[in-house]
Design a protein around this ligand. Structure first.
Ligand SMILES: [Zn+2]
Length: 396
């Protein structure tokens, strides 16, 4: 765009930014229509004092923002902001959302994820859950919904807008979008089909069935996928900016790549294609050791991967940055388990180390590799954010 001299007006600057962003959308993201982020980008100005949406958009576009965004996956620990129990936080979506909002504001987090626990979907298929005061709800291991191989065929899709936990999750997403969606990206968290089946059957039995009766699993996986498509659709209708799939089993520490491809590949691809078709971004979370980045990128075309360990086929984080850094935004990778015993100084040092490895050229969010420990206070998260704000500044 040619200029006749002098500083461009605010409107021209905004318009130029908008054009730049549209171009990036087409090149990097593969979207044919401008995604909803454009609106926010268009209506916000300023390179040096970005809000979280602007910061994350620049980062996802592989541009250096004002600084590295930070999101230490602070979810269930947010209950402490309201002084409520884990069970109350899980069962009352409004309190859950208010706790997340309060914590996001207090800690100045750059992202909000709707992760509550991994049983949201399983519960609505009829799996009995156990709730606790101080840890995540989980399936009753003595009372699985799928008790033997024949039961896979009985699993049928449900309507997530009508079932208890998913419908509440949708309401929560809507509320979070209304309250914070103009400043902070809201990411809908959805457990992958195979992970859900594991909740309904129990992982050990599931693994045995995969070997002995593989064909029995597919009808159930199809019904789950049908349900998840509706769930994603409802979350997108609620206004989330992205859907993050947790592909728990797509790592070498859990199963071979061909096994993952056989049991989840086509289903997660179908879901990802659906999310893309709705002009919503696909992200994935996988905290397994040696996660299959390449296979998942091919199946899902994610814009961001939230991860903990060095991916499959890489020998270091630096190699991961080199290999995947221009394809996806990397989000990680401080070990939440390690955080529990680390000193404040060590957390700051580790955050700096991550920034040194991953931040160059954008495409990096400083985060924990999985959920922030539910039993910690906010101090370590605060240190991570502070380090991103100071040490993570671009153009220092
Ligand atoms: Zn995880």
């Amino acid at each position: 765009m040619e200029r006749l001299g002098g500083e461009p007006s605010r409107e021209i600057k905004i318009f130029e930014n908008f054009l730049k962003f549209l171009e990036i959308c087409c090149q990097h993201l593969g979207y044919t229509k401008p995604i909803r982020f454009c609106y926010y980008y268009f209506t916000h100005e300023g390179d040096n004092n970005m809000n979280s949406i602007e910061r994350v958009v620049a980062t996802l576009s592989h541009k250096e923002a004002d600084r590295v965004p930070a999101y230490p996956l602070v979810n269930s620990v947010s209950r402490e902001a309201l002084g409520i129990t884990y069970e109350e936080w899980t069962k009352d979506w409004k309190k859950c959302a208010d706790a997340i909002i309060k914590t996001t504001e207090e800690l100045e987090l750059d992202c909000i994820s709707t992760l509550v626990d991994l049983s949201v979907e399983a519960a609505d298929f009829g799996q009995k859950l156990l709730y606790f005061e101080d840890k995540a709800a989980c399936p009753d291991h003595h009372d699985r919904l799928i008790k033997d191989v024949e039961d896979y065929a009985t699993l049928k899709a449900v309507d997530p807008r009508k079932t208890t936990r998913m419908s509440e999750h949708i309401e929560m997403a809507k509320y979070l979008v209304e309250k914070k969606g103009k400043e902070v990206p809201i990411v809908g968290f959805v457990f992958g089909p195979l992970g859900i089946l594991g909740m309904l059957r129990g992982q050990e039995d599931l693994f045995v069935d995969m070997l002995t009766d593989p064909e029995e699993l597919h009808p159930a996986l199809k019904e789950i996928t049908k349900t998840l498509k509706d769930f994603c659709g409802a979350l997108i209708d609620a206004g989330v900016h992205a859907i993050m799939f947790d592909t728990l089993f797509a790592s070498a520490s859990i199963m071979s790549e061909s096994m993952w491809q056989e049991f989840e590949g086509e289903y997660i691809q179908e879901l990802s294609e659906y999310v893309h078709s709705r002009d919503c971004m696909v992200m994935l979370h996988n905290c397994g050791q040696s996660a299959y980045f390449e296979a998942q990128i091919e199946r899902m075309n994610p814009i961001l991967i939230s991860f903990l360990h060095v991916p499959f086929g890489c020998s270091s984080y630096a190699e991961a940055k080199e290999k995947f850094g221009d394809k996806v935004t990397l989000m990680g990778a401080i070990d939440p388990g390690w955080l529990m015993t680390a000193t404040d100084e060590q957390v700051a040092e580790k955050s700096k180390e991550m920034i040194d490895i991953f931040a160059k050229g954008g495409g990096f969010v400083l985060a924990t590799g999985c959920e922030y420990p539910a039993c910690l206070n906010f101090d370590k998260a605060r240190i991570m954010v502070e380090t991103a704000k100071t040490y993570g500044k671009y153009n220092k």
